[in-house]
Write a new protein. Structure first.
Length: 167
């Protein structure tokens, strides 16, 4: 296998993984390309390497930037926008995931409260309340573990990686 085959397989794997998580497969392709690139890439370079038109690349790049997975980089003497993977892209991806789990916890609390204020309650509404309470407790515990994991990542693992020479 040569380097280009390796990069293409990485792009394909990320594309499939993002699609399976309900995101755009193009998001995965851009992320993988920028992870694999030691230097920042312009939108034209991303478009050329992925063999796609610049419009969708630009739109998805803005979304990825909004989620702090990639960042815009200024290159002296260049007028184009350049992008690279965020320095803590994996920690940020997990933080984004943890935020979505926190929304599930809030949704469970909301519906549990709504059931409480119903005029009439029956077996089904009691069942819904019970399941929403279970969901809330599940995501509260998950949120605690996520916070602890992110703290450990930021305090122990990530600093060690910065000491490791990058290619």
């Amino acid at each position: 296998m040569n380097k280009q085959d390796l990069i293409q397989q990485l792009i394909n794997a990320y594309s499939e993984a993002y699609a399976k998580q309900g995101h755009s497969s193009l998001m995965g392709k851009i992320v993988a390309l920028l992870i694999a690139s030691p230097e920042p890439l312009s939108l034209d370079q991303i478009s050329e390497r992925l063999q796609m038109s610049k419009g969708p690349i630009s739109q998805i790049s803005r979304k990825l930037k909004d989620h702090n997975l990639i960042e815009k980089v200024w290159i002296p003497g260049e007028r184009k926008d350049f992008y690279r993977a965020s320095p803590d892209i994996f920690g940020q991806a997990f933080a984004n995931y943890a935020a979505s789990m926190k929304k599930n916890m809030q949704m469970a609390a909301q519906f549990s409260e709504l059931v409480e204020h119903l005029d009439m309650k029956d077996n089904q509404t009691d069942h819904i309340k019970s399941r929403m309470e279970e969901m809330k407790q599940f995501y509260e515990l998950m949120n605690e573990y996520n916070r602890n994991f992110l703290d450990a990542w930021q305090e122990t693992i990530k600093p060690q990686l910065k000491k490791t020479p990058q290619i």
